[in-house]
Design a protein around this ligand. Sequence first.
Ligand SMILES: [Zn+2]
Length: 82
Amino acid sequence: MLPEPANCPLCGAAAERIRSSQLRGFRYTCPSCGSFGIESAALAGLIASASTRQDLARLRAFGHLPLIQRDKQGIRVGPCRV
Ligand SMILES: [Zn+2]
């Protein structure tokens, strides 16, 4: 499947995304935020806080692909396990 142009849901920059059934959403590659996964459920109405982007940077520093999910508490960022 080919990447498609899309604005980054975190910072709004021109980015690319590719649909991923494993992630149940998309994998984005943003020039500013880097690569991360996001579930479709989290993408709808996402308001990314500064802490969300800090979590992404921290996970990437440890060599993980960050995955953004939504649960009952709200937006959660964790390491992608697929
Ligand atoms: Zn971005």
